[in-house]
Design a protein around this ligand. Sequence first.
Ligand code: PGA
Length: 252
Amino acid sequence: MTDRKRIIAGNWKMYKTIEETVSFVSNLIPLVKESLVAVYLAVPFTAIRSAADTARGTNIVIGAQNMNDASEGAFTGEIAGKMLKDAGAEFVIIGHSERRKHFRESNALINRKIKRALLDGLQPLLCIGETSEEREEGRAEEVLENQLLEGLDQIGKQDLLKVAIAYEPVWAIGTGKTATREVAQEMHHRCRDFLAKRGVPADQMSLLYGGSVNSDNIRDFMDQPDIDGVLVGGASLSLESFVKIVNYSPKD
Ligand code: PGA
C-alpha cells in the first residue's frame, strides 16, 4: 500500500440539471461518509456552485470537466479556471479523449490548460489514452508517452505533485469493454516508470484507470499496485451504482 491519494471520480459529461445534481449530492453524502477514498465529482459548469454548496464540509470534492487556457478574455462561450474556482470547483478534468476527438484538443493546448489550472488553484486531472487503431498498430505506448511528455512539459516538481493522471484507453470509454486488470496494471506501471525516468515524482502522483468501470469490475482495478483510483463516466450517473463503486470492498 502506498501513501498516494486514492480517488474515485465521477465524470458526468453533459448530463444532469442543477436540481438533479443537488438531489444526487445530498443523497450521496451520508452513503459515502465512511469512504476510504476521496470522492470526486466532475459536474456540468452550471451545477458547480450548487454541488459545491451542497457538498461543503463533506468528503465529496466538486470539479469541472474542462476549461480555457487563458486567464480571461474575449473568448465567447468559454470558461476560465478562476471562474470554476470561484464557483466552488477544486479540480478540473483536462484532455479527456472526447475533448481531444470532438474539439481537436492537442497536447500543446492541454499543457497550457494544465498550467493555467495550476495558476488558478485547481487540481488538474490529465486524461491520456490510445485509440483502438493505435493499439492495433502497436503504438499504444508511444502515444501515451507523447501525451505525458507534451502534456506535462515545463511543469515544476511541486506543481506536478498536484496533478493526477487518468489512463483511459479510448476503446474502453462508454463501450462496456474494459482493459483487463493485467493490461491496466501494466499500462499504469509503464506510465509511472516512464515519468519517473524523466524526473517526474510519479511515485507520489495518483494514477487512475478509466473506461467502462462499474460496480462489478471496480475491485479488479483498485486492487492493482499501480492503480490509485478510477474515473467513472456512465456508472457515475446513477446514485446506486456510484455508491457501490465508491464503497467497493477491497481484497482482504
Ligand atoms: P465510461 O466513461 O465510464 O462511461 O466508460 C469514462 C470517462 O469517459 O471518463
